[in-house]
Ligand binder design. Structure first.
Ligand code: FE2
Ligand code: FE2
Length: 260
């Protein structure tokens, strides 16, 4: 990858609609040759580190979802929620009832920003340097605060908690410092999504990048920008996995398997 800021990005020849493939939900073959005894497979649940979504958060998710179907915010939010849940488990002193509804609603305000303005504002290096892009980012924070207030009030969340969550959402991107541990965990979960394999796919298509370019761009926007040690460990692990996917060693293994 070029480091001189030159022609980094391969132009996209056909920019038709791209269907984001989800990870395979089932096997395509069985090398064992017979069905595996289902009794040896544990159920999905907290015992095996898969706690899922809390029932109280499910209600927030259902009401937030119509506001998240914009610029991949639905998948971004879901991945960041799962990460936030683990950050809260590692920080039991934090109020998960602030962090988790907050992360679900934090980007709901993008739904009120036209998609061309969204993409212009998201261009790497632009929003913090251009007044217009900064104002676009502010727009989604302010709209998000209003939507969060409507959703949480409708769910009869206590007023002081609504205020705490809305204050965090209102500055979640433009405020550089964290107001509280809850704010720090939300900001970290928001950023950590970038080093998930799914975010690599999403950002490739946002900017017409190779996988390697997307991994490097996203990693550069995470490392050095996290508040908590727990998040820093997660970032290192996820980035290590992301490197494997673009490493010359992994690509050579793929070529061998393909018989090239
Ligand atoms: Fe945001
Ligand atoms: Fe976000």
């Amino acid at each position: 990858m070029r480091k001189d800021g030159g022609s980094l990005v391969t132009p996209v020849v056909s920019a038709g609609p791209v269907r984001q493939e989800l990870p395979r939900p089932a096997a395509t073959r069985n090398d064992l040759g017979r069905p595996l005894d289902p009794a040896v497979v544990p159920a999905v649940g907290p015992e095996v580190g898969l706690p899922g979504m809390r029932p109280e958060d499910r209600a927030v998710w259902d009401l937030a979802l119509p506001h998240l179907r914009h610029r991949d915010n639905d998948v971004h939010t879901l991945y960041s929620y799962a990460i936030a849940r683990e950050l809260c488990a590692l920080h039991p002193e934090a109020d998960a009832d602030v962090v988790l509804p907050g992360i679900i609603l934090h980007d709901s305000g993008w739904s009120e920003v036209p998609i061309d303005r969204v993409m212009a504002a998201l261009e790497p290096g632009v929003w913090s340097a251009s007044q217009e892009s900064f104002e676009t980012v502010r727009l989604h924070e302010i709209a998000g605060e209003r939507i969060a207030r409507e959703v949480l009030t409708g769910l009869h969340v206590p007023e002081d908690r609504v205020e705490t969550i809305c204050t965090i959402i209102e500055g979640h991107d433009t405020r550089r410092e964290a107001l509280s541990l809850e704010d720090a965990l939300l900001k970290d979960a928001d950023r950590l999504w970038r080093v998930t394999p799914r975010a690599t796919d999403v950002v490739m298509d946002w900017f017409g990048l190779t996988r390697e370019q997307s991994v490097a761009l996203n990693a550069g926007r995470v490392h050095g920008h996290l508040f908590t040690d727990a998040a820093k460990v997660m970032a290192r692990t996820l980035t290590a996995v992301g490197w494997v996917d673009v490493s010359e060693q992994r690509l050579a293994l793929d070529r061998e398997r393909d018989g090239d």
